[in-house]
Design a protein. Structure first.
Length: 197
């Protein structure tokens, strides 16, 4: 039985290129209509819902505080105020998921922050309120407010995604403006031994 399975496997491997060639020639693998010429329209539509998250927090410095004298300028050089405190910040991406301003981002971006802001693609900066976090999944939910409804994206059903499907990633992680990457789903339910999920 093992020999039969092994021989059949070899036969399938050997015939793979020929099978692929004939299906490709007949147009059954990929119809030209399923392959977009450009992702620009989709990018334009989604980019307004993608935000840059900036955070800041005040921390006590563990470095020695220089007293008044020739070395006191080093306090400012190391970012410390006269009381020995310094300000730290973080940057990340988020996306608006509701017209009333709910934003999903990563927990590690906002963890421990004293102040959180969301910067939109049109340059507006809005103060964000932390609604909740989950460290295990590295997810945080924020809330911003304005009079008009926000542009937003809707959750999709990831169970419907299949290996080989197109995927677009839009982000603004470093504050330089939105970036777009496109690829395909390479695998599903793969455990890479990196965390709880």
């Amino acid at each position: 039985m093992r020999r039969t399975v092994f021989a059949l496997s070899l036969a399938l491997i050997a015939s793979g290129p020929a099978m692929g060639q004939s299906l490709s020639d007949s147009g059954e693998i990929m119809d030209q209509g399923t392959r977009p010429d450009s992702f620009s329209e989709l990018s334009k539509r989604l980019m307004p819902a993608v935000v840059n998250i900036t955070t800041s927090r005040v921390v006590a410095s563990d470095l020695p505080q220089f007293e008044e004298g020739p070395l006191q300028d080093f306090n400012e050089f190391f970012g410390r105020d006269p009381e020995g405190f310094s300000q730290e910040g973080a940057l990340g991406s988020g996306f608006v998921i509701s017209a009333d301003g709910l934003i999903v981002t990563n927990n590690h971006v906002i963890e421990g922050a004293d102040e959180i802001n969301a910067i939109f693609s049109d340059g507006r900066t809005l103060r964000a309120e932390l609604i909740g976090t989950d460290a295990a999944t590295d997810v945080a939910v924020l809330k911003v407010s304005q009079t008009d409804p926000f542009p937003f994206v809707e959750w999709a059903d990831s169970e419907q995604a299949e290996v080989g499907d197109w995927v677009m990633a839009i982000g603004n992680p470093f504050g330089f403006g939105g970036s777009v990457s496109v690829g395909i789903v390479s695998a599903r339910n793969r455990d890479i031994q990196s965390g709880n999920y």
